[in-house]
Ligand binder design. Structure first.
Ligand code: NAD
Ligand code: G3P
Length: 343
């Protein structure tokens, strides 16, 4: 059934997801807060800052008018960086109240709020009361805009505590190159998505420093163990971390040249200053804020996260990466056991 979908955020992922929805036969309005970007998408059918060399369908329409985007929308898809979710949700709520409308709210953002440590669905839930939404779903998993834009094969997860809402989202997005699984472990899916970005910064740094595949495999494996430990402490199902939104996304983010987190880590490992990395990327590097949030959460919960701590030390304490690697390698010997116990 055709739906009207408002896609909020015209970065690389928002514009490609809008394109998928359009291709799946839905009516789509892509909202951006930048006039110049809306004008480029509408006139040139490109989004050059975020997705170089890609041409969108001329049916993809962008607008800076949030009211117009939300009018009659049955579904609202949030795809702005995590740090902008609250601000956008507040604006959306004002509009939904005025319209007395309660669409399905989906988000595809992967991070934790720096100040509150909240997951994206929690932020949306806080800002948009139950009367103005018919559900909240997280769309997550191993997916890069650059590959979905080319219709390369991609498998992701639609997660909601309410299976029906996850299934509704599955039906919206699924097509011959984009396959969607449902999951009811919203906490596990959102935490896996946020935490894998931290480990990807580390994987990039190893590459930048010239380490080999053994080191990268070790980082991913031990990284998965520690992010699962923290996730489980917050109520996630440990099995979610071996699914698409867990290890699946960890693998792609730790190995793909498309990953902004991996590339940022690679540049840090090659000796570039953090401020320059952020400035030159010009796109969101979610792992930087999420690393701080996860590190502080691990202290609160008393959970050892040595890799996250090392990356936190590099990003926030000015520590030397090689010295942090030596500290990690020379910790006392440990038994290799599951996600529950030792670091
Ligand atoms: N790029 C991908 O392939 C990909 C894949 C899966 C998930 N994600 C996740 O999707 C989210 C967005 O990522 P992206 O890659 O599209 O980011 P991006 O950096 O490419 O673009 C972000 C967009 O959000 C807009 N924006 C920022 N602050 C805003 C605000 N306050 N109000 C309105 N618009 C605002 C920017 O102008 C930009 O258009 C992130 O959480 C990311 O982890 C990205
Ligand atoms: O480019 P990144 O590092 O933000 O990763 C994008 C997606 O989360 C990969 O699944």
């Amino acid at each position: 059934m055709t739906k009207k979908v408002a896609v909020l955020g015209a970065g690389s992922w928002g514009s490609v997801l809008a394109s998928v929805l359009l291709e799946n036969g839905h009516q789509v309005e892509l909202w951006t807060n930048k006039e110049s970007q809306a004008a480029e998408i509408n006139a040139e059918h490109t989004n050059s800052k975020y997705l170089a060399d890609f041409h969108f369908s001329d049916k993809l329409h962008a607008t800076t008018d949030l009211h117009a985007a939300l009018t009659a929308a049955q579904v609202v898809l949030f795809v702005v960086p995590t740090k902008a979710i609250r601000e956008v949700a507040v604006q959306v709520c004002d509009e939904l109240r005025a319209m007395n409308s309660a669409p399905l709210l989906i988000h595809a953002s992967k991070g934790l709020e720096l100040e509150t440590y909240k997951r994206v669905s929690q932020i949306i839930e806080e800002e948009i009361p139950a009367g103005y939404r018919s559900g909240i779903v997280a769309l997550s998993g191993p997916s890069h805009a650059e590959e979905v834009a080319k219709k390369d094969l991609t498998l992701i997860t639609a997660a909601s505590e309410d299976l029906k809402q996850a299934e509704e989202t599955q039906a919206l997005f699924m097509n011959e190159y984009l396959r969607i699984y449902t999951n009811t472990d919203l906490i596990g899916v959102e935490l896996g998505a946020a935490f894998k970005n931290i480990i990807a910064l580390g994987a990039g740094a190893l590459h930048g420093l010239g380490y080999g595949d053994d080191a990268k495999a070790a980082l991913m494996t031990r990284g998965l163990a520690e992010i699962s430990r923290l996730g489980v402490a917050f109520g996630a199902d440990p099995l979610t971390f071996i699914g698409l939104s867990g290890v699946g996304d960890l693998i792609v983010t730790c190995t793909s040249v498309h990953s902004r987190n991996w590339r940022a880590g690679d540049q840090l490992g090659s000796g570039k200053k953090l401020a320059d990395v952020i400035n030159d990327m010009g796109m969101v590097i979610e792992g930087i804020n999420t690393c701080k949030a996860a590190y502080e959460l691990s202290l609160q919960k008393g959970i050892e996260m040595p890799i996250t701590q090392a990356i936190y030390n590099v990003l926030y304490q000015g520590a030397d990466i090689k010295q942090e690697i030596t500290c990690l390698m020379t910790r006392e010997g440990k038994a290799e056991i599951g996600t529950q116990q030792q670091a």
